[in-house]
Design a protein around this ligand. Sequence first.
Ligand code: SAH
Length: 219
Amino acid sequence: MDFAAARERMIERQIAARGIDDPRLLDAFRTVPRELFVPLELQPRAYNDCALPIEAGQTISQPFIVALTIDAAGIGPHDRVLEVGAGSGYAAAVTSRLARAVIAVERIPELARLADERMRRLGFDNVLVRQGDGSLGCPDQAPFDAIVCAAAGPQVPEAWLEQLTPGGRVVMPVGAMEGVQQLVRVTLDRAGRPRREELEPVRFVPLIGAQAYDEPDRS
Ligand code: SAH
């Protein structure tokens, strides 16, 4: 299978054709082999226009949704970015091509370990993967110019706004645990006042943590 050709088709048809045409962002997608961020048996479907299951019952987001979220965060070359919900590490890897540094927090130890291994193996040296509850942000690495989240919470965690630089952006899905949520952007102005915009209806797995949803009852 020609993954490079599939990747280029994905960029043209799923991202650029839907109106996200920032050349820096499209180039970032060109440099990340998505097939190496999914379980082996799903590699042939890595460039399909959908989310795919990964380890620990989680998902790797649809490529367009990754593009939409990163684009909304307006990431510049000097930015330090916190990515909450690293999952496979795919979105963090793409983001790392646009930013100075990415701190990627993942709650499930197995996923954090796999994502960290990938970053080392593939040479994404400006990504730091941490295991932990990202709903609390990452206080010892703060402040961040942008915080991007790939899991839906009931509201934007207060801790994140405290860990944002003036002018900083949070992009995250907000809404109920099941069903449709709204992709929301909160921008801090120079005086530290938040401004909130609703961008797009989306569907994400839940953000589980101290400033998010409770762990599902497994009994
Ligand atoms: N961007 C990822 C998508 C992963 S799905 C990718 O490209 O693969 C969202 C992830 O958020 C899941 O792996 C889930 O375990 C994680 N997650 C949920 N709550 C979290 C929390 N409080 N802190 C960190 N990660 C969390």
